[in-house]
Design a protein around this ligand. Structure first.
Ligand SMILES: [Fe+2]
Ligand SMILES: [Fe+2]
Length: 858
């Protein structure tokens, strides 16, 4: 990875990691944003395998990672996965292994390619050796809809409660449903936990379609055989994962039964060798269909194929006995059941009083009630003699191998029709029990929600800059909008509201857009948060609040005209944002190309693409011409800006800068009301007048205005360069340039032209340089910057061959602008060229010892 030192800000070094474009990567990639990110243990517990999907080929699979800082990079590969359904939907599934990590260490990472980075995630590696308590969440049969346990699991995983997750078969219901769209949605739903805790799996009957291909492609488990069976060591536990399904789907080959049987025998035999058993005494086996169960409707409970084998061949229960397996975990029945120590239908309790202390046979747990669209299972009226406890409420199992002699397990009940989350401590294995804090929650809405997973999460400044507004979307109504947040730990909760947004397109696609404001945050503080509802939490994100007062350097990324497709600057921006280089982002209009395209599917995809930066850095916007459809409704609904008028114009103060955002589009799309021009003009005049009052200007001297269509430009293909509506007004009224002069605006930022251009200090087509030598020191007019080359499907714009006298620098490469208001007298700006892999091609200092109205006669 290259490390360029790019700019020296008044002597402060600013180091930047540049994502290096891979050879032969040609930029034009839609659907290259990583999603469905999850991790698993590799061949040893300190190898972590990272897996994700993109819908187009990125030709490149990379993970940047490190302790606290992403300073290492690992590369891997992707495989094209084609679902077996009618539409043969395709995706690239990427796998990168992070090898030989330090034990017991927190790592941050993101995944992706030059086309886009994921969010930044954190995982904690396992301690070395065997003498540490292994904590697992265990469950099976969790679907995309009615996933009652999901939000609990996401929450607990983010609160570092688990070292591993065992998902004991049956995913999504089913991963191949709807041409595997259901699988994609499910993998997005588990990302908030599976990207931070190794998600270890075994196949269930719902994975059977097309020879388990969705399962095998999406989960990268250790071992050679398409993840069907494998084992791994973690602390004092040897975990073994098997496929019970090889006994049921003989059409995929009887040979799999014997192959698994032979492998299992050898694996258990080895684990049971005295030298291994003394180091790692617990053997825990998991598979989908139970050997024992008591479900009223499940014929499998009488079939016992895995227990007694197929026509008596390859029976697995004798192996449990021969090699002293301690615990066997199943799912498949949508209930929880704990057995007494059990072999061949007979109970072998340790003693009458302490059945689980030194028991004479393995203990069986069935935990298949995580929640899926098939609902609960029902027990037979009379429990079997081996049954110790049973419950058909939704929930999941917590497991803790506390040490070499004690394993503790408990069943969590997540039923939503009760006032509090019930936490029932159900089983005590080997006599050990310890108290846990109960996590009490309010009663949630009624459960049955697919497409309630939060997505498109982004933040913005509220009415003041220590109010942060969190905005996100769900496709169904969650009936609540919550953000849990805090310093280091999410110990505070704020609630907000959601609005149903209906796109104006033919399909009238709808979504709920949620807004929660986190008020009166501490200044200069790092917060963590997640957003969601009882139906599902987002990933955990962090943001850093600005320092108090005016005396600190404000760092911004500034650009316009970034699309869903061909977004050249995207991965650079995502990367820089995660490396804490920006206090805010200004997106100067033109999003997604267009947000309403394809019935607003393009808007959704774009909002997902910016999430890795916009969820952690306030993303401040103004509307461009590409937002105009249906009266800017996609723009107004998706972005929550301060001020009253559907985000069309507003201002905010940050450090020594007063930022003003306007809509140039009110001058062009007059069918939405001429009154908007008047309203904005009057508001802007008042806002600038106030900001220019001597007492305000002393404290916060910089006035920066942004809007989409430039007052000046020299591109050859745009009539707007000679249109000048915003500059001169419509029929000569409500022109904005006089306001810039009257109130001494320092800097004006535009986009719309897909290029970068810097002007000399400029008013009414005349240049007012500070001096011949130092044009930007105490200049006599505002400086204009046009930065619309972030990248979109319309490519870049060429310039007229003859630059105007006011044009100081221009370039048509893709890129974005960095801005630092270093203090009350110095602003530094530079243009990053992403065609040149991040090279800075233009920079300048704007220096002002006095900020006030310009002295221009005209
Ligand atoms: Fe099942
Ligand atoms: Fe535009």
């Amino acid at each position: 990875m290259k490390l360029f030192v790019i700019s020296l800000l008044l002597g402060t070094g600013w180091c930047l990691d540049i994502p290096t474009a891979g050879a032969n990567i040609k930029y034009d990639c839609e659907y290259c944003q990583p999603e469905q990110i999850h991790i698993a243990f590799g061949n040893k517990a300190n190898d972590i395998v990272v897996t994700w999907s993109t819908f187009n080929d990125t030709h490149d699979s990379r993970v940047q990672y490190g302790e606290g800082y992403m300073d290492k990079e690992a590369t891997g590969f992707s495989k094209l996965f084609v679902d077996g359904g009618r539409r043969k939907r395709r995706q690239y599934i990427h796998t990168v292994t992070l090898k030989d990590l330090k034990f017991d260490t927190s790592y941050v990472y993101h995944v992706g390619s030059v086309y886009g980075w994921s969010e930044e995630f954190i995982f904690h590696t396992a301690p070395e050796g065997e003498d540490w308590p292994v904590r697992a969440a265990i469950y099976g049969d969790m679907g995309s809809g009615n996933a009652q346990s999901l939000s609990y699991l996401q929450d607990e995983a983010q609160r570092n409660k688990f070292d591993v997750i065992l998902h004991v078969g049956d995913f999504a219901y089913d991963m191949d449903s709807k041409n595997a769209l259901v699988g994609d949605e499910f993998m997005r739903q588990i990302q908030p936990l599976a990207a931070v805790v190794p998600y270890m799996t075994c196949p269930g009957n719902h994975e059977e379609k097309y020879n388990f291909s969705n399962y095998a492609a999406r989960f990268a488990m250790p071992g050679p055989d398409s993840s069907l069976f494998y084992s791994f060591d973690l602390g004092p536990v040897h975990f073994v994962s098997i496929s019970t399904e090889v006994y049921y789907y003989l059409n995929y080959g009887i040979k799999l039964i014997s192959a698994q049987y032979d492998w299992l025998k050898e694996d258990l035999e080895k684990a049971n060798l005295p030298e291994n058993r003394s180091r790692r005494p617990w053997i825990v086996l998991f598979g989908h269909r139970p050997m024992y169960c008591n479900d009223r409707l499940d014929v499998d409970c009488n079939m016992e194929l895995t227990r007694i084998g197929l026509h008596g061949l390859w029976p697995l229960e004798p192996l449990l006995k021969d090699y002293g397996v301690d615990l066997v975990i199943w799912a498949h029945d949508h209930l929880y059941e704990r057995s007494f120590p059990l072999y061949d239908n007979k109970v072998y309790n340790g003693s009458t009083e302490y059945p689980y202390v030194n028991p004479g046979a393995p203990v069986h747990i069935i935990t298949g009630s995580a929640g899926c669209k098939e609902g609960h299972s029902h027990f037979k009226d009379h429990p079997a003699p081996w049954s110790a406890f049973r419950s058909s409420d939704y929930g999941y199992t917590r497991f803790e191998a506390h040490n070499k002699t004690h394993v503790y397990m408990e069943q969590v009940n997540v039923e939503q029709n009760v006032a509090n989350m019930k936490l029932i401590i159900i089983s005590v294995l080997l006599g050990m029990c310890w108290a846990r804090k109960l996590h009490i929650r309010e009663a949630g809405p009624k459960y049955e929600c697919s497409h309630c997973q939060p997505e498109q999460i982004h933040i913005a400044f509220g009415e003041k800059v220590n109010d942060i507004v969190v905005t996100w979307s769900t496709f169904n109504d969650t009936e609540e909008s919550r953000v849990q947040y805090g310093v280091g730990i999410m110990d505070t909760e704020a609630t907000g509201s959601s609005k149903l947004f209906i796109d104006g397109g033919k399909l009238m696609r709808s979504q709920y857009i949620h807004t929660v404001t986190l008020k009166d945050l501490q200044f200069n503080t790092r917060y963590v948060y997640h957003a969601g509802s009882v139906y599902g939490w987002s990933e955990e994100f962090w943001f850093h609040t600005p320092p108090a007062g005016e005396d600190w350097p404000v760092r911004a990324a500034i650009y316009g005209d970034m699309g869903n497709k061909n977004a050249h600057s995207l991965s650079y921006l995502q990367d820089e944002a995660q490396r804490d280089h920006f206090d805010l982002v200004l997106h100067v209009g033109d999003f997604a190309y267009d947000m309403d395209t394809d019935n607003a599917l393009v808007g959704d995809e774009f909002m997902r693409q910016i999430q890795p930066l916009a969820a952690i850095v306030p993303y401040m916007t103004c509307p461009g011409n590409h937002e105009q459809a249906y009266n800017f409704s996609n723009y107004a609904a998706r972005f929550t800006m301060p001020g009253p008028d559907s985000s069309l114009f507003y201002s905010f103060d940050l450090g020594p800068v007063h930022f003003v955002s306007i809509s140039t589009e009110v001058y062009y799309f007059t069918r939405y009301g001429l009154k908007l021009i008047v309203n904005q003009y009057n508001w802007l005049k008042e806002d600038l007048a106030k900001a220019n009052l001597p007492e305000n200007r002393r404290r916060r001297p910089w006035l920066v205005v942004m809007g989409h269509r430039p007052m000046y430009c020299s591109d050859s293909n745009d009539i707007d360069c000679s249109c000048e509506y915003t500059r001169n007004g419509l029929l000569g009224v409500y022109g904005l340039e006089p306001l810039l002069m009257e109130f001494g605006v320092d800097l004006v930022i535009w986009a719309h032209e897909h290029s970068y251009e810097r002007t000399w200090p400029l008013f009414d087509n005349r240049v007012y340089n500070g001096s011949y030598d130092k044009p930007y020191v105490n200049p006599g007019a505002p400086v204009h910057i046009i930065t619309g080359s972030a990248g979109c499907q319309e490519a870049t714009d060429p310039f007229r061959p003859d630059p105007m006298s006011w044009s100081a620098f221009r370039n048509s490469d893709y890129g974005y602008t960095r801005f630092v208001a270093h203090n009350k007298t110095h602003i530094y700006m530079e243009q990053v060229d992403v065609d040149l892999k991040g090279k800075v091609i233009d920079s300048f200092w704007l220096v002002k010892n006095q900020h006030k109205s310009y002295n221009i006669k005209h």
